[in-house]
Design a protein around this ligand. Structure first.
Ligand SMILES: Cc1cc2nc3c(=O)[nH]c(=O)nc-3n(C[C@H](O)[C@H](O)[C@H](O)COP(=O)(O)OP(=O)(O)OC[C@H]3O[C@@H](n4cnc5c(N)ncnc54)[C@H](O)[C@@H]3O)c2cc1C
Length: 365
């Protein structure tokens, strides 16, 4: 989010400094699975994916590089009534926006994911233009372009305190003792957002939700080339191909709020049970590695994008931040420049969680 925002601001001629507490892509970005989908409950999130993909394409043309987007499609399986109703509800919205969303029968499901168990699947929606990319690589490509456009980067430099206001400018104090003077501050700090928002009297309710990912050993007894990203909300499971193996995602709601990245290997047991039900062919495949990243979630699982009076934010993407990052960066840059953004994101303003009592004009932290 920070690199995308810096890119769009630098191109407009703003002098931008990216202050990163650790290293670029050391947060959620570097641990994400990189899925890109247009299957969402609301039109705005669908449009943000479309806009990001459009921006990626023009970025590739302009900078003559390949961001590595893999168009393999996204398949959501509804194995309960609630999910089936939700998927059916989205169809008119998807049609109106121009998203190619196809209902699959059992035969087609088996062609895409050989051996998948669809006995309990009530509805399967496939969006062939969706896919995945590599979040760390894309972020670094965007960072390189932002630096070419004049942005500077301070790594291992947490912003510790911000003082000042929009009329007189802000002083951003970094942990190393350096102070950066700025006319505007954009917070793209993931889990660090609530603290930064508090200093400006703005409630940015972002908390951690641990998401596990397990990568299987190479699979050579069946062809994965057509495998789309598969989301199974009833089983809280997703998977997609990664090289010659399969990347599996699972979480444990009991771990909500934890920010450590220690792998809970015991989760392999429920994972095995869920695979037994959905894709039995995978049960005996070995696991090559596992890791944990933390989603930066908001109470309604929708992002926080907005700002005014010199303070702006793009955070809380709740598992969608890779696919929405470029569109979000473009949007925040437009807000900072006092322009009308291409997408109207006002419904994502932090005002929906406003706490009027804590509002203060001059930020202290
Ligand atoms: C396991 C996993 C799977 C995911 N899968 C997908 C997916 O398939 N598709 C998708 O679109 N999204 C996915 N996501 C979500 C996506 O990765 C995030 O929404 C996105 O990367 C968030 O980007 P960000 O820049 O807001 O946050 P981050 O990448 O977390 O970056 C925030 C940065 O702020 C820095 N920071 C914090 N506090 C301060 C401070 N005070 N001063 C300076 N710097 C600070 C941190 O060091 C960090 O580098 C996944 C996430 C995880 C964890």
């Amino acid at each position: 989010m920070g690199c995308a925002t810096a890119y769009f601001l630098s191109r407009r001629g703003f002098r931008v400094t990216i202050c990163e507490a650790d290293t670029v892509a050391s947060g959620a970005t570097g641990l994400a699975s990189g899925g890109v989908r247009t299957q969402f409950a609301t039109a705005l999130e669908m449009q943000m994916t479309l806009r990001s993909r459009e921006l990626w394409r023009s970025f590739e043309r302009e900078h003559d590089l390949d961001l590595g987007y893999q168009r393999c499609g996204y398949l959501t399986l509804a194995a309960d009534e609630e999910t089936a109703e939700e998927l059916a509800r989205r169809r008119p919205m998807q049609n109106e926006i121009g998203i190619n969303a196809i209902e699959l029968d059992r035969q087609k499901l088996d062609e895409l994911a050989p051996g998948i168990n669809s006995d309990d699947v009530l509805l399967a929606i496939y969006t062939p233009d969706d896919g995945f990319g590599s979040p760390a690589d894309v972020t670094n490509d965007i960072l390189t372009a932002a630096r070419k456009a004049g942005a500077t980067l301070r790594q291992r430099s947490p912003a510790e305190q911000v003082t000042g206001n929009a009329d007189h400018g802000f002083d951003v104090q970094l942990a190393g003792g350096e102070t950066i003077q700025a006319q505007a501050v954009v917070s793209c700090a993931g889990h660090g957002s609530p603290e930064i928002g508090r200093g400006f009297g703005i409630n940015l309710p972002v908390s951690a939700y641990r998401q596990h990912q397990f990568l299987t050993e190479p699979i050579d007894n069946f062809d994965l080339t057509a495998l789309p990203n598969i989301l199974d909300p009833a089983l809280d499971l997703y998977f997609r191909r990664e090289g010659t193996g399969v990347l599996l995602g699972i979480s444990d709601p009991a771990e909500a709020g934890r920010t450590d990245t220690t792998v809970t290997w015991a989760l392999l047991e429920p994972l095995g049970e869920r695979l037994e039900r959905r894709w039995p062919r995978l049960v005996d495949v070995g696991i090559a590695k596992g890791w944990v990243g933390c989603y930066e979630v908001t109470p309604d699982r929708r992002a926080l994008i907005g700002g005014h009076d010199g303070f702006f934010y793009a955070t809380g993407f709740s598992g969608h931040g890779f696919m929405h990052g470029f569109a979000a960066g473009e949007t925040v840059a437009a807000l900072v420049a006092n322009e009308v953004p291409p997408l109207n994101v006002s419904e994502l303003s932090a005002d929906r969680f406003a706490d009027p009592v804590s509002h203060q004009k001059t930020p202290s932290t």
